[in-house]
Design a protein around this ligand. Structure first.
Ligand code: URA
Length: 267
């Protein structure tokens, strides 16, 4: 008798679709049988194999302070990066892990910029403007960020910009730890694909979540940290600068420190 394969599956067929998309983008021409796939999903060791596609469930074995996130061994072409980011963005657009955010968002806000960017900016979460436009940092804080980018003699398009969360928290409240954890796989996926040399965490929510620390942002500034092979610098969030303009000079110091590390002098 012919069995109903979907009824036998230990995972939702929609998750399988995500998996197959990931395998195909990773260059696979044959898929392993279902038993192998389900074993792989259950084993934290196997899941951390850098050659496997991104998992579809929140990673219970992954701590927020994880520094040894697997880095794919092979270099990706720009095309491959674009394709993988697109697949990940589609997965994010379907995400309902955080019920409240999924019910209240207009759309998900994935990230923008150069998939080959040397520098990645990580903010907190989309606000009302970002939720409406589907792009990070397009509101007032984003306008200020654009000015900062310009002062660094860069363009937005040369950087990769994303957030800890890909959905707007209602009333712009801070992301809940569970929301950041749910979204972490997507952030790590973006970092793994873009593989920036430098990451700037804008504000304490970005810094604390990426680095898994409770230190205040003022204490985190002025040093490089390491995450997934990138040097991480923490500075004040542009929204804080809007409320507290004198802190702009501190951010400028931080950026000079970053560019000095990159061998570039900012005036
Ligand atoms: N603030 C953030 O942290 N991210 C955005 O995308 C917009 C405002």
């Amino acid at each position: 008798m012919k069995s109903d394969t979907s009824a036998d599956l230990p995972i939702d067929p929609r998750d399988l679709q995500d998996w197959t998309e990931g395998w195909i983008l990773a260059g696979a021409t044959h898929l392993p049988n279902v038993a192998e796939v389900s074993r792989t999903m259950e084993s934290p060791d196997a899941v951390s194999d850098p050659n496997l596609p991104i998992t579809t469930e929140p990673r219970s074995d992954r701590t927020t302070s994880q520094k040894n996130m697997p880095i794919a061994m092979t270099a990706m072409t720009l095309d491959e990066k674009q394709n993988r980011l697109q697949v990940l963005a589609q997965r994010v657009a379907r995400c309902v892990r955080c019920q409240e955010l999924a019910e209240t968002r207009t759309q998900t806000v994935f990230g923008v910029g150069d998939p080959n960017a040397k520098i990645m900016f990580i903010g907190e979460a989309p606000g009302a403007d970002e939720d409406r436009e589907g792009e990070p940092f397009v509101g007032r804080a984003g306008q200020l960020l654009n000015k900062i980018i310009e002062a660094c003699k860069l363009t937005r398009e040369e950087i990769y910009i994303c957030n800890i969360l890909r959905c707007r928290p209602p009333e712009n409240r801070n992301p809940l730890p569970a929301e950041a954890e749910n979204c972490r796989e997507y952030l790590d996926g973006q970092i793994e694909i873009v593989r920036p040399e430098y990451i700037v965490c804008w504000g304490s929510v970005a810094a604390k979540n990426l680095l898994g620390t409770d230190s205040p942002i003022g204490k985190l500034r002025g040093k490089f940290y390491e995450y997934a092979g990138a040097k991480v610098l923490c500075t004040y969030h542009p929204s804080y600068l809007l409320r507290n303009p004198p802190a702009k000079k501190d951010v400028w110091e931080d950026l000079k420190f970053l560019f000095c590390e990159m061998g570039i002098t900012l005036e």
